[in-house]
Design a binder for this molecule. Structure first.
Ligand SMILES: N[C@@H](CCC(=O)N[C@@H](CS)C(=O)NCC(=O)O)C(=O)O
Length: 247
């Protein structure tokens, strides 16, 4: 049976996790690209298909649209044909919900992205105020906004963010298999951790001054040397370029 899977992707978003898992599972899929508004929010087109209005969202066999990247990954890893492929050794993915997979999956959103997102919001809204989003500000007002956002992002959230990075570093640098799944293969914990670590090593947070250890750098290299991860990055880029050319 061939599934009909559609990934609703928002540029610069957690959808990169889903591209990677779909490629690892060798599942055919189509992609609908939604572009962020100038405010960085998702466009209304995403709210039309997703109850949360956020990305990623995934439609399986045109029956249901599911959201929350951890749930999407869980649903994909537990498809009967994926379990079968895994038993036959046709895919190199840890499909079982090992304790480590469950822990890192929760940690990625509940602790890590929670703080990363808060920091991004404080900085973006601070900048918007400075640009006049809440009306003209006096020089003193601008100073206060600048100091406050700097304090929250750097002194308050920054060390907590570094703490989450250090915890991940400590686990991965001691792990025998080299994966957040706790086994010899990448699993849900790895797919979920990919978004934050990718942003820290190669994305929007690469210049933010966080200390990334050799364990996480090695993990990232292992991920990026996988043909499925490379295909995923290429597909994401091609889909965005193709969608842009049609606007
Ligand atoms: N916990 C959700 C988070 C979803 C989420 O916040 N997605 C962001 C992109 S990374 C989004 O759609 N942002 C646009 C907006 O909030 O308007 C998940 O893991 O899927």
């Amino acid at each position: 049976m061939s599934r009909q899977i559609t990934l609703h992707h928002l540029n610069a978003s957690r959808s990169d996790r889903i591209f990677w898992v779909l490629e690892e599972l060798q599942l055919p899929y189509s992609v609908v690209v939604h572009f962020r508004l100038p405010t960085r929010s998702a466009p209304p087109s995403l709210l039309k298909i997703s109850p949360t209005g956020k990305a990623p969202a995934l439609t399986i066999d045109n029956t249901q649209t599911i959201t929350e990247s951890a749930y999407i990954i869980h649903k994909l890893l537990t498809l009967p044909e994926i379990k079968e492929k895994s038993h036959k050794g046709e895919i190199d993915v840890e499909v079982d919900e090992t304790d480590d997979n469950v822990f890192w999956s929760h940690f990625s959103e509940g602790s890590m992205m929670n703080l990363f997102q808060a920091s991004a919001i404080v900085q973006a809204t601070g900048q918007a105020w400075l640009n006049g989003a809440a009306g003209e500000l006096s020089e003193e007002g601008k100073n206060v906004i600048g100091k406050y956002t700097g304090f929250v992002a750097k002194q308050y959230l920054g060390p907590q963010m570094q703490g989450t990075i250090d915890l991940a570093e400590s686990f991965i640098s001691k792990s025998k298999g080299g994966w957040f799944s706790g086994t010899e293969k990448p699993g849900q914990g790895d797919f979920m951790m990919f978004f934050a670590i990718n942003s820290l090593i190669a994305g929007t947070r690469a210049a933010a001054g966080f200390n990334i250890g050799s364990g996480l750098k090695g993990w990232y290299e292992r991920v990026m040397s996988r043909p499925a991860a490379q295909k995923a990055q290429q597909r994401l880029k091609d889909e965005e370029e193709n969608a842009k050319s049609k606007i």
